[in-house]
Design a protein around this ligand. Structure first.
Ligand code: GAL
Length: 696
């Protein structure tokens, strides 16, 4: 395959891609499908064991080794004095055993000399207490000294390994989370950020609504970071807090970009630059970075939840993969899992053994969803320090694979076999393509709504994830995309609780529907402008025309009592959220409230728009049965067939392969067409089961 490296330096964050299919990337071979790797921390083990460990990694089937993530102290033992001799040895061992290397910048953990010499390089928490070293992610990204230190160590690494052909790429930092920083340096940086945004203090006063409770500022010098720790819930200023979140996310993105720039000036263009966002990412915003080639995510599905059925506590929660796998592709077109839980962890509410095969199932899940990388934290379970009880690929003796290790081994063997069945250029089957669905996401809506939920029953994070699950259960391929994405590749677009909007965005949605797309808009959309203010007009005024109705009022129930809604003669229960709708002429009423004092009012409406349609779902229910029925109807009305996979069963298509995984405690038998050939697994998916097949 010819490799071209267009625009590596001026990366564009949103890419155009064919719905829900992995795109080609200059950094990966399509025919490899997925490359599997492992975190190894040589600095944790005696040098005499390095060769044994690296050769075991190779023999197990791993293809790359992830190194140096937290090893700042070892690469720069004293300030300005670098020592890479130890890392050279490990990299050379990897080369000897035909393993590729993925290097990580060590910015997430600073060495002790940094704390001693420059205590100001750490964040301050909401009680103005300084953090110190000893864990991850507490460096103050606006501290000049810290940034300087990071730039230097990153550049030194890049000079050392940037042209090594065995180094495939770089991960900058670890799990960037845009941690809130209330230090004096951050206060100053926030003021500069605000000044740039608002230009005049009058504009800031207006946007923040500072006339309320005497918060008025005479100049930017008076502004401080809004701090709910000190003023309590009542004292929260939602607009100020929203800006603080934006500032923190911008700062995080700029910090990652700074590292990427420090790397890029030394490394070969064949080496990629990425980072590993958390799967539930509510602080950092991947869409704000400009210099990463793509984004990966970390996935820890089992943290002590009940999940589905009596074995669910051993199988984990698919939501740890669902959103991330569908979303991070939006940065650079490809993604993958950088840390996949290898067994029990040490931080769950309790940490049971996993059902045999579970790690393999999770790996298949990320692979099925398009992952180009599958990597695990970590090779050896550590015998000491904070993560003693955290599983590794090897048990504490260092030589016996753990159950998760065996799962990895099996996965890697099977992937190698599947590569033989790969045929370039296979197109997504028409039946699936006809269901292609995009869910539009902007973390700012999360920040805004989660501050003012209005009911304890509202689950801000899981609201869009519920729609992913519904669409998947209907057999639709799903992408989670930013609002800047080209929507025309999708037959269906879901706008879930998109609270902050403006006229231009609403017009984009309206154009999509007018051009034949099918739009499903939910409650809590376009309720506020981008500053987080209500409109001086009816609720959700900008979308009234789009949805063909006015939102007259909103209700919610206690949770003990459930309301009744009728759709096509069937009854559904609701309790979380209910918009009371007054449809305009020509708008179809899809579902109505069947009790309460407003019995007979519309809950869900639909209208035709050009060749497309717009459906508005004013309700949020616990079991999502009502919403799923409406989504199904939307797909069917538009001519798309649907499946009805049970909870916990997820089916994907990629690169010519159909793949299914089962997170439920019950077996499920897949209905396969006659001309299909099973490549991995069995038609009946047991709990933690995997099935891969091709249709000829
Ligand atoms: C992740 C982190 C890793 C490791 C892991 C333990 O969040 O990135 O460094 O600590 O958790 O589960």
């Amino acid at each position: 395959m010819m490799r071209v490296f267009p625009l590596l330096l001026s990366f564009v964050t949103t890419v155009l891609f064919t719905a829900a299919q992995p795109t080609s990337s200059p950094f990966f071979k399509d025919a490899d499908l997925v490359n599997t790797g492992i975190y190894y921390y040589p600095e944790h083990w005696p040098e005499s064991q390095w060769e044994r460990d690296i050769s075991t990694i190779a023999n197990m089937g791993f293809e790359f080794v992830h190194l140096a993530e937290f090893a700042w102290y070892k690469m720069e033992p004293t300030e300005g004095v670098f020592d890479f001799s130890w890392l050279d040895k490990v990299v050379n061992l990897c080369i000897k055993y035909r393993l590729k290397v993925l290097l990580c910048t060590p910015s997430a953990t600073t060495p002790t000399w940094m704390r001693v010499n420059y205590p100001e390089t750490f964040i301050m928490d909401g009680h103005y207490i300084r953090a110190e070293n000893g864990t991850r992610g507490l460096g103050s990204m606006v501290s000049e000294k810290y940034r300087d230190g990071v730039r230097k160590v990153v550049a030194a690494m890049a000079r050392r390994y940037g042209t090594n052909p065995h180094v495939i790429g770089w991960q900058v930092d670890n799990e960037p989370g845009a941690v809130a920083d209330y230090s004096p340096a951050s206060q100053a940086a926030f003021r500069i950020w605000l000044q740039k945004k608002y230009k005049t203090i009058g504009a800031l006063n207006k946007a923040w609504g500072t006339a309320f409770w005497s918060q008025w500022f005479n100049n930017f010098g008076q502004v401080i970071i809004p701090n709910t720790n000190l003023v309590g819930w009542w004292g929260n200023n939602p607009h100020a807090l929203l800006d603080f979140k934006r500032y923190s996310a911008d700062t995080q993105a700029e910090f990652l970009d700074m590292q990427a720039a420090a790397l890029r000036s030394h490394i070969a263009e064949t080496q990629f630059i990425t980072t590993n966002y958390t799967a539930v990412c509510t602080g950092a915003d991947a869409m704000r970075t400009r210099k990463l080639d793509f984004a990966t995510y970390t996935a820890y599905p089992n943290g002590g939840g009940d999940n589905i059925g009596n074995q669910g506590f051993r199988l984990g929660n698919a939501r740890a993969v669902l959103f991330a796998a569908d979303y991070y592709k939006s940065v650079g077109g490809v993604s993958g899992v950088m840390e996949m839980q290898p067994g029990p962890v040490n931080w769950g509410s309790y940490n049971p053994l996993l059902l045999p095969g579970t790690v393999r199932m999770w790996l298949y899940h990320t692979f099925a969803a398009g992952g180009r990388i599958a990597c695990s934290y970590r090779f050896r379970q550590i015998n000491y320090s904070s993560e003693q009880y955290h599983a590794g690929i090897m048990l504490t003796d260092g030589v016996t694979p753990s159950p998760g290790g065996e799962d990895y081994r099996r996965f890697m063997k099977e992937v190698k076999e599947l590569r033989q069945q790969y045929r370039p250029g296979e197109a997504m089957p028409q039946q699936m393509k006809a269901r292609s669905t995009a869910i539009v996401w902007n973390v700012e809506n999360y920040w805004s709504i989660d501050r003012q939920k209005q009911t304890h029953q509202w689950d801000t994070w899981n609201f869009p994830v519920k729609y992913i699950e519904m669409a998947k259960s209907l057999g639709a391929p799903v992408d989670v995309v930013p609002e800047t994405a080209d929507l025309s590749a999708y037959k269906f677009v879901i706008i879930p609780a998109y609270e902050l909007a403006d006229e231009a965005l609403v017009k984009k949605w309206a154009d999509y529907a007018a051009n034949g797309g099918h739009l499903l808009v939910t409650c809590r959309t376009a309720v506020k402008n981008r500053d987080g203010h209500f409109w001086e007009g009816p609720i959700a005024a900008p979308i009234s025309k789009l949805i063909g109705a006015r939102v007259k009022a909103t209700d919610m129930l206690s949770g003990h009592g459930k309301g009744d809604i009728v759709l096509n003669g069937s009854h559904y229960k609701w309790n979380n959220w209910a918009d009371l709708l007054a449809p305009f002429e020509g708008t179809e009423i899809v579902a109505t409230y069947n009790d309460q004092f407003y019995k007979g009012m519309a809950a869900i409406v639909k209208r035709k728009s050009g060749k497309g349609s717009v459906t508005y779902v004013g309700v949020d229910t616990d079991d999502a049965e009502l919403e799923k029925t409406v989504l199904q109807q939307t797909l069917n009305d538009a001519g798309a067939s649907t499946e009805n996979y049970p909870e916990g069963v997820y089916v994907y298509w990629r690169d010519g392969f159909y793949m299914a995984v089962n997170y439920a405690s019950e077996s499920y038998t897949m209905n396969l067409p006659e001309n299909s050939k099973i490549l991995v697994g069995e038609k009946t998916l047991k709990p933690a089961g995997v099935l891969v097949w091709k249709v000829f």
